[in-house]
Design a protein around this ligand. Structure first.
Ligand code: NI
Length: 143
């Protein structure tokens, strides 16, 4: 009489960080044309919202897919502590050498969290979604 329920649950964490979108191999004009305000030489910040969605079955004992307190703790120690109040271009090891776009952030965060969630919890990472502004966000599903 066992019924499988695949459920998706999401934890939001917030961070703020500085960045600029800039290719050193492009001219100033080209950078400004492509990246607009985000190309400002002396940096600027965003208040990012990070949504970590996992999928799994409901544990019949707890009623949970995952204890979101524990997922939050993991996201804080692995990501937020590394990126919050930092400069994404200069201070964040997993972004070094990459364009500090929301897309690249989403992939970088996936690559860190996916193997840890796999071995720590009885659920799978489903997506990483990051809002850079309330109108612009990127979402990554691991492929
Ligand atoms: Ni920006």
């Amino acid at each position: 009489n066992y019924i499988c329920h695949m459920i998706y649950v999401t934890r939001r964490e917030r961070f703020n960080a500085a960045h600029k979108l800039w290719r050193p191999d492009w001219s100033d004009e080209m950078n400004k044309e492509v990246y607009g305000k985000c190309a400002n030489k002396n940096w600027h910040g965003h208040n990012y919202d990070l949504f970590v969605t996992v999928k799994g079955e409901i544990d019949s004992e707890t009623g949970y897919v995952v204890d979101l307190k524990l997922l939050s703790r993991l996201v804080k120690s692995e990501i937020i502590d590394i990126i919050d109040h930092r400069n994404i271009n200069l201070d964040v090891p997993f972004m070094l050498g990459k364009i500090a776009s929301t897309e690249n952030l989403a992939v970088g965060i996936w690559n860190i969290l996916n193997p840890i969630i796999d071995t720590t919890f009885d659920c799978k990472l489903h997506s990483i979604k990051i809002y850079e502004t309330e109108n612009n966000f990127a979402e990554y599903f691991g492929k």
